[in-house]
Design a protein around this ligand. Structure first.
Ligand SMILES: [Zn+2]
Length: 280
């Protein structure tokens, strides 16, 4: 089978039985064909697989007794870790115990929504740290903060720029957890970034673009008919290629957005390039 035969499967059961029927040589050929189509080398594929496996294994890193431990418990969490490491047959080194304890404390910590402060905006140059969207007075009006970019004035729209379309709130600054809260990411400053809401919504719980759901490559029919890019697809393209193909500028100095390579092609990741937007 060629890569396109796998991609053309429309139902999960059919695909699964086709995959189950592949022998080792056919599996290797299928991987090689798909990788060629996506421009991935062997190292890319191995790193992607590693990333997915690590995410699936993370819940097993701590024992159930720690996940369920009441906040008021007074016993030593390290004792749970030592027993757990012994049971799964790994040495309870000081480094593993420290990291296990950190992961547990992050999990236990009460995490509420972190608000963007003026100091955070100053630190990021009043730009989304992912797409470079300039936070003008319109985006900051609710916070009584004055933007160094002033007022944008005219409302820009473009079918391929989700953060300039839709509701105004898509352009508001939000605080993003780089390592997602759902994966026990902490409220530590090192883990926080200022993103526009469109980028934050598009990022969802991803830590690598390889993790994006298959929906990134398969927009809903309604989205195609509206010519509207899903936030998820927009975010992932910028994450994959965060530099303007024409000027080499990054989100630190310009508003990056995306452009279709083939205007008649589908709204999928491989049909996008990252470009700088005219304006601020
Ligand atoms: Zn953004």
């Amino acid at each position: 089978m060629e890569w396109i035969d796998f991609a053309l499967f429309g139902d999960e059961n059919g695909l699964q039985s086709a995959l189950d029927g592949l022998d080792a040589r056919q599996r290797a050929e299928a991987i090689a064909g798909l990788a060629r189509k996506l421009g991935l080398d062997r190292a890319d594929i191995e790193l992607s697989i590693l990333r997915l496996l690590i995410e699936r294994a993370r819940p097993y890193a701590l024992p159930t007794s720690l996940w369920r431990r009441p906040v008021t418990a007074s016993d030593d969490p390290r004792a749970h870790l030592r027993t757990h490491f012994g049971r799964i047959g790994v040495a309870a080194t000081a480094d593993r115990l420290d990291k296990g304890l950190d992961l547990y404390l992050q999990f236990r910590e009460e995490r509420s929504r972190v608000q963007v402060q003026e100091a955070d905006l100053r630190r990021c140059g009043y730009r989304c740290e992912h797409c470079g969207l300039a936070f003008c007075n319109e985006e900051l009006a609710r916070r009584t903060i004055v933007s160094p970019f002033g007022t944008r004035g005219t409302k820009k729209t473009d079918a391929l720029k989700p953060h300039w379309n839709g509701g105004d709130d898509l352009r508001w600054p939000t605080m993003d957890h780089d390592w997602p809260v759902s994966l026990y990411g902490s409220n530590d400053r090192k883990n926080l970034r200022v993103l526009c809401r469109a980028c934050n919504d598009g990022k969802m719980d991803f830590v690598a673009w390889e993790q994006t759901r298959s929906a990134v490559g398969l927009p809903k029919r309604i989205q195609l008919s509206l010519g509207k890019v899903p936030n998820e697809l927009f975010y992932t393209q910028l994450r994959r290629s965060p530099i303007c193909v024409d000027t080499g500028q990054t989100a630190a100095s310009t508003e990056l957005t995306v452009r279709l390579v083939d205007a008649n092609g589908p709204l999928v990741l491989d049909n996008f390039v990252t470009v700088a937007s005219p304006g601020i």
